[in-house]
Ligand binder design. Structure first.
Ligand SMILES: [Zn+2]
Length: 302
């Protein structure tokens, strides 16, 4: 894992390399930008570059002890805080601050990477502010955020903000192709059904039945394009019998609704039809009944 593994963020990379080359390392950074565009990965590579005795402007793969430990996530002075919770609370901040009670084990720079800094509660923000105001010596803090607006001004003012740029569709494709072993066709389709969100596409690709979903998806897309969506829905609903088929159909409805809601396929009638079907589906209405309900609801104009 090195700077070359990051796609489309040349400007951010250059800034970070320069701060090391010119010895202008700040104590705290905010890496800001959309999800799935390389912020956390670059934070880790930055931590490597900061601590590597072999660092140079052409820094690439290095096999020194420090780089190897960071690659394996076992470096005692590099901490990455992640959470699936909706908020980051005071207790979380306290556990981060505990790290700073002791001196660095071995690194020149101890690095704390906090993913989801936009999720700090007010209480957590204020507690974290104290750390930013008096950062422990030899410590670099990197806050990762997909929404700068949600970070307190007082926190922002104490950090150097590095903006990550949005990736083009081609760059998104490249990110997944570089890091995962999927066919080109599958990656393209995964990005399409995920409405060009890299993280959602990666999640989709990791699902076991993605090929099956895609087959169904193609079927519905074609039905939509030939204005036969109602017939396709009828046919599908008639054939659903197992829980697995139900799950697949529900997922497929989500993808279709997502695409119809946001991108060029926008079609109000189809969208209403799909949303209605999804609603009935969530209410556990018998699939065979859903069709007649849709029909009775006069959702279909021929
Ligand atoms: Zn190294």
């Amino acid at each position: 894992m090195n700077f070359n593994d990051i796609v489309g963020q040349d400007r951010a990379i250059q800034i970070l390399k320069n701060v090391i080359i010119f010895d202008k390392v700040s104590q705290s950074y905010i890496f800001s930008g959309n999800d799935g565009i390389g912020k956390k990965l670059l934070a880790k590579i930055f931590a490597k570059a900061l601590n590597c005795p072999n660092f140079s402007k052409d820094f690439e793969n290095c096999e020194c002890m420090s780089c190897r430990k960071i690659d394996k996530d076992i470096h005692p002075d590099i901490t990455i805080f992640n959470t699936d919770k909706a908020t980051i609370q005071l207790d979380d901040i306290k556990s981060m601050q505990d790290i700073f009670k002791y001196k660095n084990h071995e690194a020149k720079y101890r690095v704390l990477i906090v993913d989801g800094a936009n999720k700090f509660t007010l209480e957590a923000s204020n507690a974290f502010l104290k750390t930013l105001e008096e950062p422990p010596l030899g410590t670099i803090i990197i806050l990762i955020s997909n929404n700068l607006e949600k970070i307190l001004k007082t926190i922002k003012s104490r950090c150097q903000i590095i903006e990550f740029k949005n990736l083009s569709p081609d760059e998104k494709f490249l990110v997944i192709e570089k890091n995962y072993d999927y066919s080109k066709e599958l990656i393209e389709k995964a990005l399409f059904v995920s409405n060009e969100s890299i993280n959602d596409a990666i999640k989709f690709l990791a699902e076991k039945n993605n090929e099956e979903v895609l087959k169904k998806f193609d079927f519905f897309l074609e039905a939509f394009q030939s204005k036969k969506l109602d017939l396709a829905l009828e046919q599908e609903l008639e054939s659903i019998s197992s829980a697995k088929q139900k799950d697949l159909f529900s997922k497929m409805l989500d993808y279709l609704i997502n695409i119809h809601s946001k991108n060029s396929l926008k079609n109000q009638k189809a969208l209403i039809l799909l949303k209605r079907a999804k609603k009935y589906f969530n209410q556990n209405v018998n699939p065979k009944l859903i069709w007649s309900w849709l029909f009775l609801g006069n959702m279909l104009e021929k």
